[in-house]
Design a protein. Sequence first.
Length: 306
Amino acid sequence: MNAKATADARARAATAAQGRPVLGRFPRPLRVLGYALVVGVGLVYLLPFALQLVNGFKTDPEAAAHPLGLVPTTPTTAAYQRLFGLSQAGDGVPFLRWLGNSTLVAVLVTAGRVLFDSMAGYALARLRFRGRSLLFGFVLGVMAVPGVALLIPKFLVLNTFGLFDTYTGMVLPLMVDAAGIFIMKQFFESVPREVEEAARVDGAGVIRTFWSVVLPMARPALITLTILSFQGSWNEFTHFLVATQSGQYETLTTGLARFVSGGLGGGTQYPLKLAAALLATLPVAALFFFFQRYFVQGANSGAVKE
């Protein structure tokens, strides 16, 4: 009985220890030190964003003289007025055109990836056909290839098919992503097969089973794929660099790169550059924070199978 009681006590202690936070298992001084370290690291990561926000409301001389100052002495919205074409100087930056192009490309690419990656992931997870393993190995191989190695082949293909310097050439090559296919395949493999078998018993075909039964269950994975696709297409730079040449097709990334390199005027122009960078960051940050709970669920889905 004593041995049994000891074993039960150890089991209860192990269960209680698993339910406590990691830092809660240490003495109070170490916990305080740990929390202080976490807060310090968080502040270090937030400092560049704070400087970006503050410098956008400074004048050019003040931002150049005191770029690390967290309080502008003479706050002004001149940088934002130039970005949105409200300045009387007549030298506004084509920020709205960049924003429109980025929004158009990101929405189309995200919709395409969610649709095609889901279909491809379901096919690799559930359908049985010759060469399925080889095809999945090819998908994994594409993920291992550095993107910079594909720049010249991308340009040659786009130029050959007459897609260079067009919206089609900007969107079409990005509408399928190997990482998205992998994410959806892993999730679909975690779905119980009994659900699909019940749908087939009721007379549903493969497409109906996928669209009406399995896909609604993949909400966390779909939201994860949506966030990653939007973020990737919004921040894409190298593909647009080789796919376009005209200024009318510039996105936020290519336009800001030309701006920072001095293509839109001389001087440091720190407030203007940092204000544009801040506005370019906000959509992705808002999307992530709004759907972060689903993002974590989707990232963990498929890790444990039934």
